[in-house]
Design a protein around this ligand. Structure first.
Ligand code: ZN
Length: 510
């Protein structure tokens, strides 16, 4: 018996998980509304089948045999890493009682319905009992997984292995002190013109341009497709079928432009995973039972943010592509030149809603949520006091009064689905994107020239070599050290934001 026998077994588990992903994709793009109840059961069944296959004695037997057959290989060989990750996934599942999983899944369905209603009515009290149970179950989950310094550590470790409450606190402190003076200066400066972004943009033309953008930066449409949805996402069923979705609000053009670039960034990661890893343990997240090639949520987010912001919101990008956009929308963009457009899509305005936030205020929305989650988990904040804590933090960080809970504590779907611990990965993605971009600039002579010329192949090639191809073989920090010589480091991110916004707004941080 060999490593190949193990791969066959793990390939079958991956097949179950990717089949489940197809059902998820369908439910979020094509499925009629009444399909939702049975679809939930179908996905839950496949998830149980995959977990049973993973935990079965047969898998352990094949793992032991593969372990012996590959013992002579170095620790970071793909085979050794595949075995270690599968074992870690199994160990994690053994620690979590099935009754807890079951109750979490049950609660998810009812809590989500309660959240939708509570949000519509801006009625936090209607959602409070569900959130109280969600938090209690999350705490039980943390205790089952195990933690030493803080219970929240156990939950952060699921999407972002290696990150802790303490490491996040240090990261956030530095980001806060780096960005706050910049935000103060920009907020006091004259706001750019943005009215034309809210003109009437027909959906079909938006879709046409979104496809053009995705293709331009390297999305392979023979191995992907773009569909409309309410909440955009990327999902992959192996590197040869990686799909994205976007939304096309008629009166807000940036949503489809930057939403598409964002999801394409995620898709480029999955399309670039080494073909040898397909269906294998380095393209499957056994801990979270998800068929995905990216190594952590934060690493994945770094790829979407890099293409969305560092490339897609750059001056060079719109100098090149604005003409094609205006050809499609000559009336809506009449009298607007590329520079005006570039300033508009980079305008900064503190707001209440995370998903509408600009680059400079976005991390404040994340830091607030992470702070609250960690306090809920260790019991220093009670769910009933959540709206007050939320509103105070928004006032402190963004200077805004929250008029109702709909635009405050009830705005995100995350807590209604029981997911606590994933918000931090958005900021980690921002930090990591800037770090990788700075390294690519140092290592690739002529990178800026190629971006000015609209040739995205050198950048994509560098990301393929340094990030995408490795799938889940290296940890996030191993990837970063290999690519940039350092583990996660906020300085390139702060430098990037400072250079960008001081130039755009002509200000000095105060
Ligand atoms: Zn994303």
């Amino acid at each position: 018996m060999s490593y190949q026998d193990l791969l066959q077994r793990l390939g079958a588990i991956n097949d179950v998980l990717t089949s489940s992903s197809v059902l998820v994709w369908d439910s979020r793009t094509m499925m009629p509304p009444r399909g939702v109840a049975v679809r939930g059961q179908q996905i839950a069944t496949l998830s149980t089948v995959a977990a049973e296959m993973l935990m079965a004695d047969e898998t352990s037997r094949l793992l032991d045999a593969a372990d012996r057959a590959t013992a002579h290989l170095p620790d970071d060989a793909a085979e050794r890493r595949g075995i270690a990750q599968t074992r870690a996934g199994i160990a994690l599942h053994r620690r979590i009682p099935s009754a807890l999983r079951h109750r979490q899944a049950e609660l998810r369905a009812t809590a989500q319905a309660a959240w939708i209603e509570a949000r519509a009515k801006s009625d936090f009290a209607g959602f409070q009992p569900y959130l109280e149970e969600s938090v209690a179950l999350a705490r039980q989950l943390a205790d089952a997984i195990g933690w030493s310094a803080a219970p929240y550590d156990a939950l952060i470790g699921l999407p972002e292995p290696g990150e802790t409450t303490a490491s996040l606190r240090a990261l956030f402190t530095r980001i806060r002190e780096g960005i706050a003076p910049l935000l103060r200066a920009v907020s006091a400066a004259k706001a750019p013109r943005t009215d034309f972004l809210q003109a009437d943009y027909p959906v079909a033309l938006q879709h046409d341009f979104a496809l053009h953008l995705a293709r331009t930066i390297g999305y392979d449409l023979d191995r992907g497709r773009l569909d409309p949805t309410v909440h955009p996402f990327e999902i992959s069923f192996t590197r040869d079928d990686v799909r994205i979705t976007t939304r096309y609000p008629r009166n807000f053009l940036p949503a489809s432009l930057f939403g598409t670039l964002h999801e394409t960034g995620h898709a480029l990661y999955e399309q670039g995973v080494d073909p040898a890893y397909s269906r294998g343990p380095l393209a499957t997240d056994f801990g979270n039972l998800y068929a995905v090639g990216g190594v952590s949520f934060g690493a994945h987010e770094s790829q979407s943010r890099l293409w969305e912001n560092h490339v897609g919101r750059s001056r060079d990008f719109w100098a090149l592509h604005y003409g094609a956009l205006r050809d499609r929308f000559p009336e809506q963009l009449a009298g607007v030149d590329d520079e005006t457009f570039h300033r508009a899509v980079n305008s900064v305005r503190p707001g209440l809603i995370r998903v509408e936030a600009d680059e400079l205020t976005y991390d404040f929305h994340i830091m607030l949520r992470v702070e609250i989650e960690s306090q809920l988990l260790d019991g220093t904040l009670k769910v009933k006091d959540l709206p007050t804590a939320w509103n105070e933090a928004i006032k402190r960080d963004l200077g805004l009064d929250v008029p109702d809970d709909r635009r405050g504590v009830l705005q995100d779907i995350h807590w209604s689905t029981g997911y606590i611990g994933t918000f931090c990965t958005y900021t980690i993605g921002n930090v990591m994107a800037a770090q990788l971009m700075a390294s690519a600039r140092q290592q690739l002579v002529g990178l800026d020239r190629s971006l000015t010329d609209g040739d995205y192949a050198p950048l994509l090639g560098w990301l393929r070599d340094n990030v995408h191809q490795h799938g889940r073989r290296f940890s996030r920090n191993e990837l970063l050290v290999r690519a940039s010589g350092r583990s996660l480091d906020p300085e390139p991110y702060i430098d990037y934001l400072t250079a960008k916004y001081t130039a755009l707004y002509g200000v000095v941080p105060t």
